[in-house]
Write a protein that binds this ligand. Structure first.
Ligand code: TXA
Ligand code: MG
Length: 560
């Protein structure tokens, strides 16, 4: 396949050189039925390309802009492979002796773009992206890797900014730079790491975007139609009402799920929803929580319903300050000491419930204890303060599956069962809090986490389940089998590494062998590997010290 890619690259450059000869001469401009300009450069370039493509493979039909204008409309609906050609994208610019016009070829396989080549003749820049090899560009004769940049929701860089469903949503985001480019150059710029999102609310055709889309997909991005679904090619008619494009799947999901909103725009709405008895998912330093007003029985009941959670499994109540804690539980010296030393922290303490507190009975599942946590995350604390009530919150996923560490994970797991998902980016710790029971003489460790309390009693599994019913043996499980302490993968398995490994890992929890980094990556990477591509996940051995104990605890449960 690599050779086809090289041949196509040759073809766009040859066509580009022909175009430039005409660019430098006096040429006539005709206007098509839709009032768009066309020149002999468009026609000559499309002819060169079409002939060249038929030479590469005479069986693949070619969808070309000028051929369609001339009434030659290929039937593509049932074609497994076809080419999409825009000999000059940006003819307007070409005619005006502007700079931004390109030559575009894409190969479509089963309606998806799998190879895209774009040439910018005026600048002599060539861009190539495919599923067959590493994406790259050649700028003034020099080969460079193509790679998108990581987005930052505090400052999204976008290309154009108009009105569409997506553009309405982007108004909620803090915007960094706004760029404008003509033609398919915008896709190339995204693939070079300039911008994160591209929005267009004007009509556009398959040939205008296919090559750019292929290049963007080759670096992990995606192009979507007006309804914000990934574009499929070979439809008829060939136009879209508008499109949007994103440099990553996560970023697409932010705009795809209507209930995901950036925390800085939506926190007041979130607080009001909590007050009114609705469910709000919010970030904490550990994992995303599914929150409800802890004083409101009906609201708390909604949590159990949305998660499909067994009603004998009690919930943690999240507080913002010491005053709230005093209202809810009986404090002893040991508890006060731990609160002073650690809170806010990825730590939950179980204490005796105050007899007259307004807390919903459903939180304790009929018991006389209450689990309390003050998260070390400014968004969570602000939400609790603004709501003015303690917030009951388990992890925001269906019961038994892997805890969510991004807003997108929450939406994938719970969909519209959540009224609002406050997006605060990826959780820093990435594992659920340490749970310690402080009702007895000695602290008892119910769940390992990032915080290690000294001199804790450690229970065996059975005792643990009795004390904290959420510690069911099988928990936190991906949909495929997970095998622990593996030094290499078996056939069909993905390999999740840690530190230096003999075998090249599919993903590495921490290539430098840092346990805190590994914890933060654990659920995120398990989700990435649980993608239908692998039969199972083999995980390298993790040292059992510090937070490594909590990692191994989760891995053991996920492996049952
Ligand atoms: O990091 C965390 O703790 C996250 C974030 C959202 O704060 N929350 C979380 O909640 O992981 P959840 O419901 O998924 O796990 C809470 C654990 C369960 O194992 C539950 O059985 C235990 O805490 N638990 C809650 N209340 C308890 C109580 N009164 N006594 C003993 N265990 C309790
Ligand atoms: Mg054109």
């Amino acid at each position: 396949m690599r050779s086809i890619q090289d041949k196509v690259a040759e073809l766009v450059v040859i066509a580009g050189k022909e175009i430039m000869k005409i660019y430098d001469s006096n040429f006539d401009v005709e206007y098509k039925k839709d009032n768009s300009p066309v020149t002999k450069a468009d026609k000559i370039a499309e002819k060169i390309i079409t002939e060249g493509l038929l030479e590469i493979n005479p069986d693949y039909p070619v969808l070309g802009e000028e051929a369609v204008s001339a009434g030659q409309i290929p039937k593509l609906e049932n074609e497994p492979y076809f080419w999409v050609v825009d000999a000059i994208d940006g003819t307007n610019s070409f005619v005006a002796h502007g700079e931004e016009f390109t030559v575009n070829i894409a190969l479509i396989e089963n309606k998806n773009p799998v190879l895209g080549v774009i040439y910018w003749p005026l600048k002599d820049e060539l861009f190539i992206g495919s599923i067959y090899s590493e994406p790259y560009c050649i700028i003034k004769g020099k080969r460079q890797k193509l790679a998108v940049k990581d987005y930052n929701i505090e400052k999204l860089d976008i290309i154009t900014n108009r009105t569409s469903k997506v553009a309405d949503k982007i108004k909620e985001y803090k915007i960094g730079n706004v760029f404008r480019f003509n033609s398919s150059i915008k896709f190339c710029k995204m693939a070079q790491g300039l911008a994160d999102v591209y929005i267009r609310d004007k009509e556009i055709n398959e040939w205008d975007i296919a090559a750019g889309d292929a290049i963007l997909r080759s670096v992990g991005g995606v192009t979507c139609d007006y309804e914000n679904n990934p574009v499929k090619y070979g439809r008829y008619p060939f136009d879209f009402k508008g499109i949007s494009a994103y440099t990553s799947f996560d970023l697409w999901q932010k705009f795809h799920f209507a209930n995901i909103r950036p925390y800085y725009s939506a926190i007041d709405d979130a607080a009001n929803l909590i007050k009114k008895g609705h469910l709000v998912a919010f970030p904490t330093e550990t994992v995303y929580g599914l929150g409800a007003n802890a004083f409101d029985d009906k609201a708390v009941a909604k949590i159990y319903e949305a998660k499909n959670r067994p009603t004998f499994n009690p919930l943690i109540v999240h507080v913002a300050d010491f005053e709230m804690i005093k209202e809810l539980v009986e404090l002893n010296d040991a508890a006060i000491k731990i609160i002073k030393e650690y809170f806010p922290a990825p730590l939950t303490i179980v204490l005796k419930k105050k007899a007259n507190s307004k807390i919903s009975e459903l939180l304790s599942c009929g018991g006389d204890t209450l689990a309390i946590r003050m998260p070390n995350n400014k968004i969570a604390l602000e939400l609790i303060k603004k709501a003015g009530v303690p917030i009951a919150a388990p992890s925001a996923n269906k019961s038994g599956s892997v805890s969510p560490v991004t807003a997108e994970h929450v939406a994938e797991s719970l969909g519209d069962k959540v009224d609002l998902i406050l997006d605060g980016g990826r959780c820093k710790v990435g594992l659920e809090s340490t749970v310690v029971d402080l009702t007895g003489e000695k602290p008892v460790l119910l769940r390992a986490g990032a915080v290690q309390i000294p001199n804790c009693l450690i229970l065996n599994e059975e005792q643990k389940i009795k004390k904290a019913p959420g510690m069911l043996k099988s928990h936190y499980a991906p949909s495929i089998p997970l095998r622990i302490n593996a030094d290499k993968p078996r056939a069909g398995e993905a390999f999740l590494g840690f530190g230096k490994t003999d075998f090249n890992p599919t993903l590495n929890l921490s290539s430098k062998g840092d346990l805190i980094e590994a914890a933060a990556n654990l659920f995120y990477m398990i989700r990435q590997l649980d993608n239908g591509k692998y039969k199972g996940i083999a995980v390298a051995p993790i040292p059992n010290e510090g937070i490594g104990g909590a990692i191994n605890d989760r891995l053991k449960r996920a492996s049952i």
